[in-house]
Design a binder for this molecule. Structure first.
Ligand code: SAM
Length: 397
């Protein structure tokens, strides 16, 4: 059961602050169960200005042709955020960082800038335990394999077609108190989901694996923002947190993690330095919840409950878990030549393990938005610039 209750049903809150995540003052020590994020990638040209605005030495190093100097200065900014992440993570909490490496010519030198390795050493130095990471293979739309000397040997280099999801844990396995064991069991995932989600290679380019209309691959505006697929955040939230938990994204961008947390019925808090992304966040939440953008715009109505249609992408995603499970179990029982051992009574479906028998899936029933300041921008008073509230209802078969 979700811990926050109102007369209209369980709800989750999704707070957004427009400020730098180098200082997460609004987030208490050890209060966050999971962090899902993707920072600006050091040494990828589209983020140079964002880094240089925050660390002037970045521009100096690039201008002087000192690639490794720029790389280190950029990571210096990220290091400050990882320190804050370490502070706010609860014992046993997870930190999942999507990041890609970069290749670049600076001055006369072409080389690889291994962002993922640099982040692993920074987080390990903060006493975050590195766990096996995930390789996210991205299919490139127009791959240019002719990097370097083309078809002539010894001068070409391979193209980067993957990114990482680095996984860290704060301080050993999470302990669930006796009171929390029920919600842990309700938050379980299906056996066949576990088999796919816990593979170390993800291919998330397909529309089927996205939330449809909010897939970055279908929306060039989102792709340019560096957005990751909602499915990526949704999976991580289901894998590494339980109902009632709080998920943080310190580099919120267009609000993908907020939407994924709404779909997964977890609370969330996000930080984004650029307040111009407020409209994009509203658009992400609106599209995912199948409501008109004006319904979640602070320029429109406030504090208003907007019904979320049953067929909204967030609800379709959760419903698809059950549909996919039925199909997977039909195949499982066919291959086994016998019925599965366990049964989920509420959904009236077979399940492979006893751990799956208490799974609860929540749909989103309504969405409300409130904000601080006329433009929804943080007024510096430590109030969130936006709070989306989602009310949830347990799905039945
Ligand atoms: C790769 S994008 C995140 C994209 C996001 N995952 C999404 O799906 O839209 C990185 C974001 O970090 C923001 N950013 C850069 N420096 C920041 C800082 N110090 N604190 C918070 N946000 C920052 C950028 O404005 C950008 O929106």
């Amino acid at each position: 059961m979700l811990p926050t209750m109102s007369t209209s049903g369980p709800y989750t809150d999704h707070r957004v602050f427009f400020r730098s995540a180098t200082d997460l003052a609004e987030v208490a020590d050890r209060s966050v169960d999971l962090i899902v994020t993707s920072p600006p990638y050091p040494m990828i040209g589209m983020w140079d200005e964002v880094f240089a605005e925050q660390r002037p030495e970045v521009a100096d190093a690039l201008a002087a042709g000192r690639g490794m100097g720029a790389f280190e200065a950029m990571h210096g900014l990220l290091d400050a955020v990882w320190r804050e992440c370490r502070r706010v993570l609860a014992p046993g909490g997870f930190l999942c960082i999507n990041i890609g490496d970069a290749t670049r010519t600076v001055g006369s030198s072409f080389r690889l800038y291994p962002n993922h390795a640099r982040v692993i050493s920074a987080c390990s130095a903060l006493d975050l335990e590195a766990l096996p990471s995930i390789v996210w293979r991205k299919t490139t739309n127009a791959p240019n394999k002719f990097m370097g000397s083309g078809t002539l040997p010894a001068g070409a280099y391979v193209t980067l077609e993957h990114e990482y999801v680095l996984v860290f844990r704060a301080g050993g396995p999470r302990r669930f108190a006796a009171d929390d064991r029920g919600r842990r069991r309700e938050s379980a995932y299906f056996w066949e989901e576990r088999n796919v989600w816990f593979s170390d290679q993800w291919d998330l380019s397909g529309v089927r694996q996205s939330f449809g209309a909010v897939s970055p691959s279908r929306d060039p505006g989102r792709a340019r923002s560096g957005a990751f697929p909602v499915e990526l955040a949704y999976r991580l939230i289901c894998m590494y947190s339980a109902y009632g938990d709080t998920v943080l994204d310190p580099f919120l961008g267009t609000g993908t993690t907020t939407l994924a947390a709404i779909a997964a019925a977890r609370n969330s808090v996000g930080f984004e330095r650029d307040p111009r992304l407020a409209g994009a966040m509203d658009a992400t939440v609106a599209a995912g919840c199948g409501v008109a953008p004006a319904a979640v715009s602070l320029d429109g109505q406030r504090d208003l409950d907007v019904p979320v249609p049953a067929e909204a992408p967030v609800n379709a995603r959760v419903r698809r878990r059950l549909d996919d499970h039925r199909a997977a179990m039909a195949e499982y029982e066919r291959n086994r030549g016998a019925p599965a051992t366990h049964h989920h009574n509420r959904f009236d479906v077979p399940v492979v393990t006893r751990q799956e028998t208490d799974i609860v899936l929540y749909g989103v029933q309504a969405l409300a938005l409130s904000g601080v300041g006329t433009k929804g921008v943080d007024d510096g008073a430590h109030d969130p610039a936006r709070v989306y509230r989602a009310s949830h209802t347990a799905m039945s078969s």
